[in-house]
Design a protein around this ligand. Structure first.
Ligand SMILES: [Zn+2]
Length: 287
């Protein structure tokens, strides 16, 4: 058996195992290191990936200090116009909104991102709101999350969440570029810069992820913020919302990829009992 067929078998095995749905494996094939969707006639899967949450790496890998960028933004943006993440060397917070990618550095400023810039961890989707609602009452972060939770059809799906609002305050952070040997994330964030925005309008961009994917992504809400003029922002630590418009997009497919050595050699624990594995890691779920 040659290397390529072994690889394909391992990919199919891992997809089958983690999806718990053998038919999902039929929807993907590997070609030249990329994934190509094979359309099923009559399938509800849409060709433009609009309901796919596409992720590079896992949060566990990031926690362990796997910060080398592996995917250029030029490629990432073909998988989504909306999302969050970080950049090579953990340099700043990524925020993608309406097709524009921003890098929020430790000065709090949102810089445009060139296509060659790479990411070690990012989650993106093509945002299409499935539901919108208005919040007229002030809410802190916990209350905001609780009010969105009330509208969700299930706590076990992946959601992209957008809130365009007026805020009495937003506390946000960014992390400086790290040098090798990379520290763990818990140590890296000790050098974070924290910004307080007062009486500001802007947009929250992020995701709500089910608890059972702990280790793969951050369970619950993970939100980044950018001001209405798209000039500044960061990873949200706290906020006070005055009022705003909430939109969420139910993403019924989740695909995460990672295949280079630092990740493959790291220990991937989690509720699924993932262990370090020496083959490409591809988790594909369809709900
Ligand atoms: Zn973040």
């Amino acid at each position: 058996m040659n290397k390529k067929s072994l690889l394909v078998i391992l990919v199919l095995l891992s997809v089958t195992f983690f999806s718990g749905c053998t038919s999902s494996a039929d929807n993907f094939s590997e070609t030249a290191g990329n994934f190509e969707r094979i359309e099923n006639s009559g399938s509800e899967i849409r060709g433009n990936d609009s309901d796919v949450l596409y992720q590079i790496s896992t949060i566990d890998a990031l926690l362990q200090g796997v910060y080398d960028g592996v995917l250029p933004v030029a490629e990432l943006e073909t998988h989504g116009d909306f999302g969050i993440g970080t950049f090579d060397g953990l340099e700043g917070e990524m925020l993608a909104l309406d097709g524009n990618y921003y890098q929020i550095k430790t000065d709090g400023i949102a810089y445009p991102v060139s296509g060659e810039t790479t990411t070690p961890f990012a989650t993106v989707t093509h945002f299409e709101a499935d539901e919108n609602f208005r919040l007229d009452e002030p809410a802190n972060l916990t209350e905001l999350e609780a009010s969105i939770d009330l509208k969700l059809p299930s706590e076990n799906l992946f959601y992209a969440v957008r809130v365009d609002g007026n805020f009495s305050s937003v506390k946000a952070r960014s992390v400086p570029r790290q040098e090798k040997p990379y520290p763990k994330l818990a140590d890296a964030v000790s050098s974070q810069s924290i910004f307080e925005f007062k009486n500001v309008s802007g947009t929250l961009v992020g995701f709500r992820t089910p608890e059972y994917v702990e280790g793969v992504n951050v369970p619950g809400y993970h939100l980044h913020f950018i001001t209405a003029d798209r000039s500044a922002g960061g990873h949200v630590l706290d906020l006070e919302l005055k009022d705003g418009d909430v939109a969420f997009d139910i993403t019924r497919e989740f695909l995460t990829l990672r295949r280079e050595v630092p990740f493959l050699d790291s220990h991937q624990a989690g509720r699924w009992g993932m262990k370090a594995v020496n083959f490409p890691t591809i988790y594909f779920f369809k709900f």
